[in-house]
Design a protein around this ligand. Structure first.
Ligand SMILES: NC(=O)c1ccc[n+]([C@@H]2O[C@H](COP(=O)([O-])OP(=O)(O)OC[C@H]3O[C@@H](n4cnc5c(N)ncnc54)[C@H](OP(=O)(O)O)[C@@H]3O)[C@@H](O)[C@H]2O)c1
Length: 317
């Protein structure tokens, strides 16, 4: 049995529990909240067999936990992850992994010293349709990639976490990390943010962000638009010299379509199988069973690079 602990009793924690019910040989054994009564209520509603803990620190005293899933607001990921890693506990940390590159490097350094598994829950990187799309690109189906364009918007401005700077709110860290991950997955780890434009709320966090990332010298571009003020179609396109790929929902791939240079549909694949959070969790379980301390689908260098791009993009707003 693979034993999971959870830190933070919010929406994502509940969603993850509901999503991984289909995985065999997995159990939620402990859930930690800052408040014991909230932990009790959460456990009763979501995972009645788990132990309810009234502080996060108590998680480090639980025996035989194979992985702690950290589902707290962005500004808490660093301290929660470091606490677990220093206590030799494997962690899956919600996105954005950390508030900046320095925090990310520090977590990886502590994990490396102790041989502890760490992974950013950048779920798109694990999705079979994302991996298939990368395979299409690598095998030359659309030629050299010149442009990526994508949008991601949800009407979530009434969610307190999302507009609160103290919790790391704002459109870039909440949503912009997905187009950024898409760009890095395809164009690699040598991108320049050449243009960033955003509107802010009175709280100071971004309501929306448009961003252009460019491969220096080559000129390939990734253009994205994200917003926390309204729902968008969430679609993306990857345009190459000899064809293009359309992605239905860049945040939870539903379908990918391959077109040739003349716009003829060549192949289309729809999502099937496990839901995307279960796919991500299964990848972590498999990596840990293989004795790895990183997931090949979301290696540390990629998380660290995205953290430094986040720093540069947010620095330009
Ligand atoms: N991968 C995805 O698809 C996805 C989707 C949505 C969100 N996320 C990420 O998941 C993380 C959690 O998001 P969420 O939507 O679950 O947030 P949420 O509903 O607000 O829950 C966050 C939990 O963190 C804990 N917490 C610790 N310090 C807190 C503080 N100062 N203020 C408020 N809560 C605090 C609370 O649990 P206790 O009170 O029990 O301590 C709270 O319930 C974020 O990093 C977000 O970016 C990922």
């Amino acid at each position: 049995m693979f034993r999971i602990g959870i830190i933070g009793c919010g929406r994502m924690a509940a969603k993850m529990i509901g999503s991984i019910k289909d995985l065999e040989e997995v159990e939620i054994v402990a859930v930690a909240s800052r408040d014991k009564s909230r932990a009790n209520k959460f456990v009763k509603q979501n995972c009645p067999e788990a132990k309810a803990l009234g502080t996060y620190e108590q998680m480090t005293r639980q025996k035989d936990i194979d992985l702690v899933y950290i589902a707290t607001p962005n500004t808490y990921h660093y301290e929660n992850a470091i606490m677990c890693v220093k206590n030799h506990m494997n962690v899956l940390v919600e996105k954005p992994f950390a508030m900046n590159r320095q925090e990310a490097d520090s977590i990886f350094s502590e994990a490396k010293n102790r041989g502890v598994f760490v992974c950013e829950a950048m779920w798109t990187s694990f999705m079979p349709l994302h991996l298939k799309m990368i395979e299409w690109i690598k095998s030359g189906k659309i030629g050299a990639v010149r442009y990526i364009q994508s949008n991601l918007g949800y009407d979530i401005e009434d969610v307190a976490r999302v507009t609160d700077p103290a919790l790391g709110g704002g459109a870039h860290l909440d949503l912009g990390v997905y187009p950024t991950n898409l760009a890095v997955s395809i164009l690699g780890e040598n991108l320049n943010p050449v243009s960033v434009f955003a509107h802010r709320y009175s709280t100071g966090v971004e309501k929306d962000v448009s961003c252009v990332l460019e491969v220096p010298g080559d000129g390939a571009m990734a253009v994205s638009f994200v917003t926390i003020s309204t729902n968008t179609d969430k679609d993306g396109s990857v345009i190459g010299e000899t064809g293009y790929i359309k992605i239905r929902n860049i945040n939870d791939y539903e379908k990918i379509e391959l077109y040739d240079h003349d716009g003829n549909l060549v192949e289309e694949i729809e999502r099937e199988g496990l839901n995307s959070y279960a796919v991500e969790m299964k990848a972590c379980i498999d990596a840990i069973h293989q004795g790895l301390i990183q997931c090949p689908q979301m290696p540390w260098h990629k998380t660290a690079y995205i953290a430094s791009l986040n720093d540069r993009i947010r620095g330009m707003i």
